[in-house]
Design a protein around this ligand. Structure first.
Ligand code: SDX
Length: 428
């Protein structure tokens, strides 16, 4: 919605009038898409001040620590909904009726099996491969099996691919874990919940019936909700960029998984647990805080800070509650929680972190919860990818429902001017 103008005054140029667009919430944006016709680009490495698209899916207010999915606050969804209902809301924009939810749930459940030949793909990897490397590979390879849903210009194809991805990610994720253990893959069960099915495929074995603990099932479902979507983060932007070329949905999600793996992004939960284990005791915290503040030390406090949140990440608040609740219900003690709580307390009272508005983010507590559930740290980002698949798909579908342009950023060129080439090589 255009309701204001911006005037760009540049020396030696006539003033340039730019439209200012307002959304329903958040900052206004200056529409610069025609600026290149005036011989100008804007410069914003990391896109700190750049809106790449318009979207109705998720809204974040970083200053106030607000996260809304289709307008619904994340803490209300975590408390009163479940992951599949949140998936429906993200994908279709409204809370489903009971009938709509039942149809959605059955459709997702009925697509959880994978093509049997995909199991042979796993056997091409080393057993000690990082599960994220395997997830990248097998997710992209889905395009080699599901040819009947690859034409991104056909809405029905997009819908089928969306369901296949949402349904099969838990199956593939659990297979990564089983493969790393040398244990047989476990088929999904249609009578289990989404989170319960994942735990079943992770921990069941042919020789012993795995009984799902409802406390773990609920905690896993909450973790999936808290990781479902987060507007234009690095991996979602990667999915949108890949999708803007018309790439098939499996390739786009594989690209998102690759981007999420980085320790500055989704890899932070695994890195955060390793950091807490390295700190190991409250008495070592000051040394690590000192390192985190030292510009000459590449060490950063994993699970702290965020490009957008300059306040508490609302997901971290819920995650911390789940952490306490789970450890109490399981009657578990974990000194890492004690280390994390003390680390949080010290950091939040330290001028360095206060000045830079660095708060715990979604990754700070999630590792402690997943470890308490018996999940190895190498699987943490795989679970993040599994949960975020619905967000990636929602943004990919939203992009396709609009007039789509290929993502092609420009640059500030600082290399050589034109010069003549003279080889130093004796070419054959
Ligand atoms: C996720 O985008 C999303 O929405 C992501 C995500 C999602 O759901 O998709 O929320 C998930 O990726 C959460 C973030 C997980 N990453 C980590 O926990 C890794 C540790 N955090 C940092 O790497 C960092 O905070 C980032 C990458 C998350 C954000 O970096 P920015 O916005 O680019 O900030 P910056 O690097 O410019 O830092 C600003 C200042 C710098 O100091 P000065 O140069 O101003 O002196 O804060 C410092 C940084 O050195 N700083 C930290 C720090 N994070 C920032 N110092 C110590 N420890 C940290 N964790």
């Amino acid at each position: 919605m255009i309701n204001k103008k911006a005037i760009l005054n540049l020396e030696g140029k006539d003033p340039i009038k730019l439209n200012v667009l307002s959304g329903t919430l958040g900052n206004d944006v200056i529409d610069i898409h025609l600026l290149s016709s005036q011989g100008l680009f804007t410069f914003d490495p990391g896109f700190n001040s750049t809106a790449s698209c318009q979207s109705k899916i998720t809204y974040i207010n970083g200053e106030e620590g607000i996260l809304l999915h289709r307008g619904f606050p994340i803490d209300q969804l975590a408390r009163y909904s479940n992951y599949l209902e949140v998936c429906y809301i993200l994908l279709y924009g409204e809370a489903p009726t009971q009938e709509q939810f039942d149809v959605f749930r059955v459709t997702v459940t009925r697509h959880t099996m994978i093509h049997e030949q995909i199991t042979r793909l796993f056997h091409g990897f080393r057993r000690d491969s990082h599960p994220m490397a395997v997830m990248c590979g097998v997710t992209g390879a889905l395009a080699a099996f599901y040819h009947d849903s690859l034409d991104v210009n056909i809405e029905r194809h997009r819908e089928i691919a969306a369901f296949r991805l949402l349904s099969k990610m838990p199956t593939l994720a659990a297979m990564c874990y089983k493969y790393s253990l040398g244990q047989p893959f476990v088929y999904p069960r249609n009578n289990l919940s989404y989170a319960g099915n994942f735990l079943y495929m992770m921990f069941s074995t042919p020789c012993e019936q795995y009984v799902i603990n409802p406390i773990l099932e609920r905690a896993m479902d909450c973790i999936l909700i808290l990781h479902a979507d987060h507007e234009q983060n690095a991996s979602t932007s990667t999915v949108r960029t890949a999708g803007s070329s018309g790439a098939n949905p499996f390739a786009c999600i594989a690209a998102g998984i690759a981007s999420l793996w980085g320790p500055a992004h989704g890899g932070a939960n695994e890195a955060c647990l390793r950091m807490l284990e390295e700190i190991s005791s409250v008495k070592h915290i000051p040394e690590f805080i000192k390192r985190a503040k030292d510009k000459n030390d590449s060490f950063r406090l994993m699970g702290f800070g965020h490009r957008v949140y300059k306040n508490y990440d609302p997901r971290a608040t819920v995650m911390r509650e789940i952490c306490h609740e789970l450890l109490n219900k399981l009657n578990m003690k974990d000194n890492l929680l004690e280390v994390a709580l003390e680390l949080e307390h010290i950091a939040l009272n330290d001028a360095y972190f206060i000045e830079r508005k660095l708060y715990p983010n979604v990754d700070f507590y999630s590792g402690i919860i997943l470890k308490a559930m018996g999940i190895p740290s190498c699987m943490f980002t795989v679970i993040f990818a599994m949960a975020r698949t619905v967000g990636w798909i929602a943004h990919w579908k939203e992009m396709h429902n609009e007039i789509m342009k290929i993502a092609r950023p420009r640059q500030l060129y600082i290399g050589y001017k034109k010069r003549f080439f003279k080889t130093n090589i004796k070419h054959q």
